[in-house]
Design a protein around this ligand. Structure first.
Ligand SMILES: Nc1nc2c(c(=O)[nH]1)N[C@H]1C(S)=C(S)[C@@H](COP(=O)(O)O)O[C@H]1N2
Ligand SMILES: [Mo]
Length: 392
C-alpha cells in the first residue's frame, strides 16, 4: 500500500483566481484558493512557506470523513523533505529504554494494526474570530478534519524497546527542520502513561490510503481527543525521557491559561500557563452559510457536524430564539467517540432576519459556552456558533 512518493514534489503553489471571503473580526478578509500543492485539491491558502492550507468549510457538509486531498495542512518550519525513500526510512526509538531500536516501515506494518476515526484540530482553529484580534495564522473554522487512521499502537512500539522504570514522557520528532540552525526543531511530548494507553497510535494510513506528504508521510502520531500539535508528522524519532521535556514547543509555545475554557483577559497578569491538551465540544451548521436565504413559514433542513472533543457527542441542540429555548437535533451514525458526528433538524422560520444557534454537549456533560473564550495565542476558540439567515 505504501509506495515511494513522486520524487521532489514541488511545494510552490500556483494561485487559482477564485477567492473566499471570511467575515473576520475587523472586516472581511479575502483569501485565495489554491490547487497548487501536491496531493491537495482546492484549499484556502494561508501561507505557502511553510504550507498552511485550510479546508473550505463546505467540505464538511460532505462525507463524515474529510477527504485526504481536502484535509488541512499546518507546518511550522519550511524545510520539509519532499523525496522520502520508503526503503531507507527508519523510526528510531531511544533514550530511557532497555534497548535502542530502529524500525523500518515494513517492520512497523507487520505489527498488529489498529484503526480509529478521529478529529485532528489545530489549537489555533478559528483564531481569526478572536476579539480582540490575536497574532498567528488567521484560520477560520477549517483547520480541522476527521479521518480514519490506520497504524500501530505507540505502546507496542515502546514495548519493543522496553521502557525503563522512571520514564516520564515520550518525545516525538519528525523529519522537518527549522530554516536556521539556531531555531528550535518542533518536538512534542506526551506523559508516559498517555503514550502507553493503547489509544495513541503511529499511523501510516489515512482514510485507507498512504498519508499525503503534507499530512506526514510516511508515519505520524495520532493522539485521539488531543489538539493537532501533538500529532507529529513525518515521525522518525521517539525519545523516552526520564525528566519533563523543557523544549520550546512544550514549555513556551502551545501553552494555555490554566483556567476554565483557557479564558483570560487581555493583559491580565499572573496567569498560570500549562501545555495545551484535550479538545472540547464544538458544533457547526454545514449546509447553510452565514447570511443564506431560506423560505419563510416552511420546513428548512438544517444540518451540520459536532465533535465531543476528548469524548463522544451526547446531544446537539439548536435554538432559533437567541438561546432562550433549545430543541434536540437528530444525531447521525456514530463512528466512535473521537469522530465528527453528523446532526440534522427541520426548522420553520418566520419571515425576517433570523438566527440559528447550535450547541454540543459531550458524553461527559461538558457544554459549549455561550460567550467566546480569549487568550493571547488564540487557542481553543469555543463558543456556541450563531448563523444568520434571511427567511422570506
Ligand atoms: N513534523 C511536524 N509535525 C507536526 C507539525 C509540524 O510543524 N511538524 N505541526 C503540528 C500541528 S501544530 C498541527 S495543527 C498538525 C496539523 O496536521 P495536518 O497538517 O496533518 O493537518 O500537525 C502537527 N504535527
Ligand atoms: Mo496546530
Amino acid at each position: 500500500m505504501l509506495g515511494a512518493l513522486g520524487a521532489g514534489a514541488a511545494l510552490a503553489p500556483s494561485l487559482a483566481t477564485a477567492a473566499i471571503n471570511m467575515p473576520f473580526v475587523g472586516g472581511g478578509t479575502e483569501r485565495q484558493l489554491t490547487t497548487g500543492f501536491p496531493e491537495k485539491g482546492s484549499m484556502i491558502l494561508q501561507r505557502s512557506r511553510p504550507p498552511l492550507l485550510e479546508t473550505p468549510f463546505s467540505v464538511f457538509d460532505g462525507d463524515i470523513l474529510t477527504p485526504n486531498d481536502r484535509f488541512y495542512v499546518r507546518w511550522h518550519w519550511a524545510v520539509i523533505p519532499t523525496d522520502i525513500k520508503v526503503e531507507t526510512y527508519r523510526l528510531k526509538v531511544h533514550g530511557h529504554v532497555n534497548k535502542e531500536i530502529s524500525l523500518s516501515l515494513a517492520e512497523l506494518m507487520a505489527m498488529p494494526r489498529v484503526e480509529v476515526v478521529a478529529v485532528n484540530q489545530c489549537s489555533g482553529n478559528s483564531r481569526g474570530f478572536f476579539a480582540p484580534r490575536v497574532a498567528g495564522g488567521q484560520w477560520a473554522n477549517g483547520a480541522m478534519g476527521n479521518a480514519r487512521w490506520t497504524g500501530v499502537r505507540l505502546k507496542d512500539v515502546l514495548d519493543r524497546a522496553g521502557v525503563k522504570p522512571g520514564a516520564v514522557q515520550v518525545r516525538f520528532n519528525g523529519m522537518d527542520t527549522p530554516v536556521v540552525p539556531e531555531a528550535p526543531d518542533l518536538m512534542k511530548s506526551l506523559a508516559i502513561d498517555h503514550a502507553r494507553d493503547g489509544e495513541v497510535i503511529l499511523a501510516f494510513a489515512m482514510n485507507g490510503a498512504q498519508l499525503p506528504l503534507l499530512n506526514g508521510f510516511p508515519l505520524r502520531a495520532v493522539v485521539p481527543g488531543w489538539y493537532g500539535t501533538y500529532w507529529v508528522k513525518m515521525l522518525n524519532d521517539l525519545e523516552v525521557l526520564a525528566s519533563p521535556d523543557q523544549n520550546f514547543w512544550m514549555k513556551t509555545a502551545y501553552t494555555i491559561p490554566d483556567t476554565p475554557h483557557a479564558d483570560m483577559k487581555p493583559g491580565q497578569a499572573g496567569v498560570k500557563m500549562v501545555p495545551i491538551n484535550r479538545m472540547v465540544p464544538r458544533s457547526f451548521i454545514t449546509n447553510l452559510a452565514d447570511g443564506a436565504a431560506v423560505k419563510a413559514g416552511a420546513a428548512t433542513l438544517v444540518r451540520g457536524i459536532a465533535m465531543g472533543g476528548d469524548t463522544g457527542v451526547r446531544a446537539v441542540d439548536v435554538s432559533i430564539d437567541g438561546g432562550r429555548t433549545w430543541a434536540a437535533a437528530k444525531l447521525g451514525a456514530d463512528h466512535g467517540k473521537y469522530s465528527f458526528r453528523k446532526w440534522q433538524t427541520d426548522l420553520t422560520l418566520a419571515a425576517g432576519a433570523r438566527t440559528v444557534m447550535v450547541r454540543c454537549t459531550n458524553s461527559n456533560g461538558v457544554v459549549q459556552p455561550a460567550t467566546p473564550n480569549w487568550n493571547p495565542a488564540g487557542f481553543m476558540r469555543n463558543v456556541i456558533e450563531t448563523t444568520h439567515l434571511h427567511a422570506a
